[in-house]
Design a protein around this ligand. Structure first.
Ligand code: ADP
Ligand code: MG
Ligand code: MG
Length: 206
């Protein structure tokens, strides 16, 4: 069937978007230190476009919603984040069947989304990218016994992973051109993951 998206799924997406919009200035400041300063605007722009489409999502399956989000992100998000988040959403969608059951498919979807980011960008843990927040989050979700518990643990793991990037030498993206100058600063892409996952977790457990 093409079951409609559960309200909790749409609420989680809305919360993630609102959190990224609220974090625009903070993310901009971070990317100004270790990159080119565009990540705050890029992610807020994508989030705004997704929020504009929310009404149409209610009658579609989570798989279809994630595919639509991938397309919106691909069209509206610039920089390195654009293709990587488009790949994340498409990878997550591809792991879902149309009759979504959050507790059973959340882990597979998140895992395949992260796998797609690594496949496209080539980054591994320790390279100082969003992967350093995403991969620990995957491990936390996989280990949890329920979807809400998994998302809470994932948010904690992503926050810890993002903090750890401050001590990592940059091996991917713009920061790699700056070398040791970025040490002491958290990677903005990893921070963005920690921000939207915290919003998703807060929504789910509310
Ligand atoms: P740009 O450098 O093109 O302006 P953004 O500002 O949109 O890119 O995003 C920068 C973030 O992208 C970095 O902080 C990092 O987390 C992430 N990133 C950069 N290169 C890669 C990569 N190859 N794989 C995964 N993430 C990456
Ligand atoms: Mg940038
Ligand atoms: Mg850029």
């Amino acid at each position: 069937g093409t079951g409609s998206a559960p309200p909790a799924f749409l609420d989680a997406i809305r919360a993630a978007c609102e959190a990224l919009i609220a974090a625009e200035d903070a993310l901009t400041a971070m990317d100004q230190k270790v990159g080119d300063g565009d990540i705050g605007r890029s992610l807020a722009q994508g989030a705004e476009q997704i929020l504009k489409s929310m009404e149409g999502f209610a009658k579609r399956s989570p798989k279809a919603v994630l595919m639509a989000i991938s397309e919106i992100v691909r069209r509206s998000v610039g920089g390195t984040s654009g293709p990587l988040y488009a790949a994340f959403a498409l990878g997550a969608a591809n792991a879902l069947t149309d009759d979504f059951c959050a507790s059973e498919q959340l882990s597979a979807a998140f895992e395949n989304g992260v796998r797609s980011v690594s496949a496209l960008g080539g980054a591994q843990e320790g390279d100082r990218t969003m992967v350093d927040a995403l991969v620990p989050a995957v491990r936390a979700i996989r280990a949890a016994s329920s979807a809400p518990a998994g998302l809470l643990a994932a948010a904690v793991a992503a926050r810890r992973g993002a903090a750890a990037t401050a001590h990592m030498a940059p091996r991917r993206g713009r920061s790699s051109y700056l070398g040791a100058r970025v040490l002491g600063h958290v990677d903005p892409g990893a921070e963005a993951v920690a921000i939207w996952l915290a919003a998703v977790a807060g929504q789910t457990s509310a």
